[in-house]
Design a binder for this molecule. Structure first.
Ligand SMILES: Cc1cc2nc3c(=O)[nH]c(=O)nc-3n(C[C@H](O)[C@H](O)[C@H](O)COP(=O)(O)OP(=O)(O)OC[C@H]3O[C@@H](n4cnc5c(N)ncnc54)[C@H](O)[C@@H]3O)c2cc1C
Length: 408
């Protein structure tokens, strides 16, 4: 069914969700001459994409494609063809063509030169408008009607829309106030699309701090530490929160921590407070006479521990008197984690539309002509540009798939 007032001059594709995935799909389709309408629940497009740029927009990563692909863990075989279809180099070229050249940071991460999303998004939306892409804001997809018609809640009431093909790019369910809330699950399951439960990814974890510790250190960073879990050690930074711990190094281990907690109801994270000093060197330093220094002062001066690290040491139990045991504790403070923080506070979402519900073009096996892309698919990856890259690449593949479907 066509909406009233819409004339059918070419094949028409509905894109549902106006984040980076949906916008990329729209561009590929419009460039190939398809009519495109983006239906977006929020009053503006790309809200999470804009937020991603707040701390420096990490568009992708510079590592070799083989290593890059492994970042997607169990989903690597499904993500590999998407990355091949639209690799990191193509993404960088695309940004350059939008007037936003990129550079590789010291960590190998790729950023636009000015670090921000807003100029890139503005240029992109201008390009999409010039290509004739239409946008319907405040249109929230609520489910399918008869003959797979798409149903939307709009300020003017319920709207039904039939397109020649549809691409869903609804995101995950973290930061729901930015638009993606995961409330599409039952509508898709009702159509036979299999969905893995949504779970927090790149998330913080909960632990039981003492009141005194939280009052003094919530919000404070634990710098230059190393975290170990499941045989993986990562150097970096973490942040103490009211409920537990979060930050880059924690996010990087979050998949393994989350799975361990799901299996055993807790996970034991090990924190090395002085990763740059060996156990032997630390033991030597702690063997120096303490003289009249308080224990805190002694630890600060001889082991180079900041106040927050000493407090964390105390949180883990009585500080050992024996020098070797003390050095070993500083190199390995155990922290029991009891739960992942809720999905709405996570950076990204694990779970979503399962790849085996889709064909190689990301079209649903049970609803021909309906494609899925972006964070709503069942994959997860660490931060570092891997999230947006998979979104852009899957948007391109779904759009090319829709074009092939329209030509069939
Ligand atoms: C704080 C933060 C920082 C981040 N930084 C980075 C980074 O630097 N690098 C990186 O790679 N990744 C980063 N990410 C992750 C990245 O932003 C997301 O992976 C990416 O935005 C997902 O794109 P998407 O288009 O699939 O989904 P989204 O960006 O979530 O877009 C989905 C769109 O669909 C709309 N929508 C949802 N439901 C409906 C509905 N029922 N009807 C109509 N429309 C609907 C939403 O309003 C939204 O506009 C960050 C995330 C956060 C939270």
């Amino acid at each position: 069914m066509l909406q009233r007032g819409m004339t059918k001059t070419c094949k028409h594709v509905a894109i549902i969700g106006g984040g980076p995935t949906g916008l990329m799909a729209a561009e590929v389709l419009a460039q190939a001459g398809a009519g495109v309408t983006i239906f977006e629940a929020m009053p503006t497009l790309g809200r999470k994409f804009l937020l991603a740029g707040r701390g420096g927009l990490n568009l992708t990563h510079s590592e070799e494609l083989d290593a890059f692909t492994l970042r997607y863990g169990a989903a690597a075989p499904d993500i590999a063809p998407l990355l091949t279809a639209f690799p990191p180099a193509a993404l960088r070229q695309w940004a350059q063509q939008l007037g936003e050249p990129t550079f590789v940071g010291s960590s190998g991460r790729v950023f636009p030169k000015n670090f921000k999303t807003s100029p890139l998004l503005r240029a992109w939306l201008r390009r999409l408008a010039a290509l004739g892409v239409e946008t319907r804001l405040r249109h929230r997809f609520t489910g399918f009607g008869e003959n797979d018609v798409l149903r939307f809640e709009t300020p003017a009431g319920l709207l039904e829309h039939k397109a020649d093909a549809a691409i869903f790019a609804l995101g995950g369910a973290s930061w729901p106030r930015l638009g993606s809330n995961g409330r599409w699950i039952s509508a898709l399951e009702g159509k036979g699309v299999s969905i893995a439960p949504l779970r927090p990814a790149n998330c913080g974890f909960e632990t039981r701090w003492s009141r005194h510790f939280v009052d003094k250190f919530a919000g404070a960073p634990l710098k230059s530490i190393a975290l170990t879990f499941g045989g993986n050690t990562l150097r970096g930074e973490a942040v103490i929160t009211e409920k537990g711990i979060e930050g880059g190094a924690v996010y990087a281990l979050s998949r393994a921590l989350r799975e361990a907690i799901a299996a055993q109801a807790h996970a034991l994270l090990e924190i090395d407070l002085r990763p740059d000093v060996s156990l032997e060197a630390l033991t030597r330093r702690l063997s120096a006479p303490r003289e009249k220094k308080s224990l805190s002062n002694f630890l600060r001066k001889s082991a180079g521990l900041p106040v927050i690290a000493i407090a964390l040491l105390r949180e883990a139990g009585p500080i050992p008197e024996d020098v070797s045991a003390l050095a070993a504790r500083i190199k390995c403070v155990p922290l029991r984690l009891d739960a992942a923080r809720p999905l709405e506070r996570a950076i990204s979402t694990a779970g979503g539309v399962r790849f085996d519900a889709l064909d190689g073009n990301l079209m649903a096996r049970t609803i021909p002509g309906v494609f899925f892309a972006g964070e709503m698919l069942d994959w997860e990856a660490p931060t570092g540009g891997y999230l947006l890259q998979a979104c852009f690449s899957s948007g391109v593949v779904a759009a090319r798939g829709a074009l092939a479907w329209l030509k069939r």
